[in-house]
Design a protein around this ligand. Sequence first.
Ligand code: FES
Length: 154
Amino acid sequence: MTRWNEKTSRALIEETHKRGETLTMALRAQVDAFGYVDEAAITPLMQTFARSRAEVLGVIAYYDDFRTTAPGRHVVRLCQAEACQAVGARELTAHMCEKTGLTLGQTSADGALTLEGVYCLGLCANGPAALIDDRPVAELDENRLDTMLDELKV
Ligand code: FES
């Protein structure tokens, strides 16, 4: 992940536009590069893709993957969809929240950890599932999750 900077942000916007890609793809490029869409990127996105501020913010709000604040150094995304719920995802989420002192969508004050929900990772037969720093993890239980958090040193 690169620290947000205007030069790279604008270059990514221009590149996606030149390739004929959509606003959504330009937002994806921002998130892939920086982990989020910085407020300072909104105006260049509006101008380049001839969209209103409301349209750009609407697309950001629609997709769970797009955020407007920098994530923590580590991001744990626990699946909240039905198949994982059937094998304990709710209880695992409650355990994770209690252990970290965070709720889904929050980042720790020291910026070490962001906890998020996600809706199906395609690992339904092996839930509960999660993405830990974009690495898919299946068959989680409290002990495995605790071990993985300890390895992240959060
Ligand atoms: S429901 Fe959790 S991976 Fe599909």
